[in-house]
Design a protein around this ligand. Structure first.
Ligand code: PA5
Length: 336
């Protein structure tokens, strides 16, 4: 995929989200569920983490996230199991689907096609179609809004259609600033890499999935190793590693929600520790009036920054050779 096409895919996130929102009500499941299990890997699995924090913030149905070929043993007829794989061909997700079919859980699949779609047709499962031809990680809004729509239409409201539409209008309005900040982060990080600094993304709960998503984006689009630090858990383990760290030079991207006074103070505390180690710090303040808006805003900034950084480093952001290498061997690993 050409780089300009990849950048355009990120820049068209508002349109991508709208396509899924236009299908709100098309997909629904009947049932009274005690919990939701979302299973998927990489750029698809992270969607489960986003739905989980959104649900937790609203006190809605508990959402469990599974990033494995295994299925937790709690799955029962009271569990809605959502298997999400953008390609539909990821072995762990196919294995999880096969295992889910052996439980009494209600199973729904989300993909752009592939084996997940075929298996769903064979077993008469509800299959949520997302647009094909994109990279999984660049399809975050398509999968996220499709799942939020499926849940709302099934009587499990985490995000209403109006809230979803408002978040898209917000994303559209803030896209120019996402580009600007994304470019700034990429230039800063490019210099940091030259100084051989280890890249750290630091944040506070509930932005855990945003930091992990950011790490994944820099791994895949920029081919960069990154560490994630999340407060307040960070204060109970990672902090000790920083007493005598190897390597000892850090570039820290601090992400905080300025409206969350406790979160901001936690990041201030982390900042003091990083600065004692002469770390270089870039601070990203999240914009948006809802958690959904802040998550999509942060995701777009980090996605763009990771692509711009990949370009500066002379790597191809779109190609993930090592994942392809793993996938070509994975069926042998899971066949035993
Ligand atoms: O973003 C990516 O390309 C990867 O992280 C993929 O999402 C991951 O390998 C799983 O593939 P899929 O999303 O098609 O299930």
């Amino acid at each position: 995929m050409e780089i300009t096409r990849l950048v355009d895919t990120y820049l068209s996130w508002p349109k991508q989200a709208l396509l899924s929102i236009n299908e709100w009500g098309k997909y629904r499941v009947e049932g009274d569920f005690d919990e939701i299990l979302i299973t998927g890997m990489g750029g698809s699995g992270i969607v489960g983490d986003y739905v989980q924090v959104l649900s937790a913030s609203k006190g809605a149905t508990p959402v469990y996230v599974n990033k494995s070929h295994l299925i937790p043993s709690f799955v029962s007829e009271k569990t809605l199991v959502i298997i999400v794989s953008y390609s539909g061909n990821t072995i762990e997700s196919i294995k999880a689907l096969e295992r889910a079919l052996k439980t009494r859980g209600k199973v729904v699949t989300v993909s752009s096609g592939g084996a997940l779609k075929d298996i769903s047709t064979r077993h008469g499962l509800l299959h949520v179609q997302v647009p094909p031809g994109l990279l999984p990680r660049a399809s975050l809004p398509a999968m996220l809004y499709a799942i939020l729509g499926l849940l709302d239409s099934s009587g499990i409201t985490i995000v209403s259609k109006d809230e979803a539409l408002e978040s898209v209008a917000f994303l559209e309005k803030t896209t120019p600033s996402c580009i600007e900040i994304g470019e700034e982060i990429a230039s800063w990080l490019f210099e940091m890499i030259r100084e051989n600094r280890l890249f750290v993304i630091a944040t506070h709960s509930p932005y855990d999935p945003l930091a992990i998503r950011g790490k994944n984006e820099f791994n895949e689009n920029s081919k960069l190793v990154a560490k994630v630090d999340i407060a307040p858990e960070w204060m109970h383990n990672d902090i000790v590693g920083y007493e005598f760290p190897v390597p000892s030079k850090f570039a820290v991207l601090e992400i905080l929600d300025p409206a969350d006074s406790v979160g901001a103070k936690l990041v201030e505390f982390m900042d003091r520790v990083y600065r004692l180690l002469d770390a270089q710090v870039y601070r990203l303040e999240l914009k948006g009036s809802t958690l959904l808006e802040r998550l999509v805003y942060g995701s777009l900034v980090l996605g763009l920054a990771s692509v711009y950084l990949g370009v500066k480093r002379g790597v191809d952001p779109a190609t993930t050779k090592s994942i392809a290498m793993y996938k070509s061997e994975a069926s042998k690993i899971f066949s035993s």
